[in-house]
Design a protein around this ligand. Sequence first.
Ligand code: ASP
Ligand code: MG
Length: 409
Amino acid sequence: MTLHIHKYGGTSVGSLDRIRAVAGNVAKRRDAGDDVVVVVSAMAGETNRLESLGQELSDQPKAREMDVLLSAGEQVSAALTAMALDQLGYRARSYLGWQVPIVTDTNHMKARFECIETKRLKEDLAASVIPVVAGFQGIDAGGDITTVGRGGSDTSAVAIAAALNADECRIYTDVDGVYTADPRIVDGARKMEVVSFEEMLELASLGSKVLHPRAVEYAANSGVTLRVLSSFNEGEGTLITFEDANMEQPVVSGIAHAIDEAKLTVVGVPDVPGVASTILGPIADASIEVDMIVQNIGSDGTTDFTFTVKRRDYDTAKGILSGLLKDLGARDVLGDNAIVKVSVVGVGMRSHAGVATRMFNALAEENINIQMISTSEIKISVVIAERYLELAVRSIHKVFELENGDIAE
Ligand code: ASP
Ligand code: MG
């Protein structure tokens, strides 16, 4: 028998009808001969609702209490899913993190998995009982409830798959796989049948919402085969697996975009040692994550220092920089919070020159100005004005012929 972990996200368990459909899908896979362990998210919107309750009540809710609060969402969906399976005549049993137990470290709201006890899950499987595990939550060594960070139930599923040495971790969601670009933007976006871990990790980190980057990383590190598929429609979805040396590699596999970006520039900073750390130190102290960094040296002994942050951190970051101006001896702080990042990803880039040129040509032809560029071995990202997002993604998709699958020769 093959063992599959099925993870169902918020929209997939968003209503009782949806939960019935989930139970139907699990039942079908079981009838086909798969052993299944189900992992569920909270019903769509529920974690946000709980989070705002906590924030409304308390200026600075304790992370320990937030974990007790937020983990309630998954408790509800796990119980309902087990009941729905029971209703269909299948034996099922729900588990909260502490009952498994799923042991994490003590970092509330961003805990890391430490160890997953498989005894009860295995006993259930042996007795033809379907375990339904609440995702996103665990318990620390002191017995306190923890959660593993927003969007963390994908990673819960992967961690359980790794612990049980499952044949596949199937992430059921509201799209039917990983696409060459967001199909809401590009009509001809194509569902990929297979994508390598390396590419998926880039796509997920660069804004493709379909999988949480941490889940992809965990799966790659622990050798768990992942598959993304729809809980609404039939289909094989997209398989995420290790790169096969004999596989034909497209130069570019897909395009990701991130709209929640903002850019800050400190203008006219004296070009002396220590500037970057003076600027970025206080930003890091405020727990603001910095993404791209560009420094241009002017001819007058000063430099312009530009970096990007998440849009929600824009105002705070700008305030911090304005406060530093005098100390830095810089001229000004400029900012723009209407920018987006568009990236192309493909392992074939390693062996093919000219990918950047093709991408930049496509943008130039549409008169789209590139504000920042960053590259790695298998990706190229550009920052452009938000209003050009759709045009940029469409023209890049076209230039690399992604609708046909542009296979490298
Ligand atoms: N319910 C949690 C969240 O919304 C975990 C998850 O859905 O992955 O962040
Ligand atoms: Mg979610």
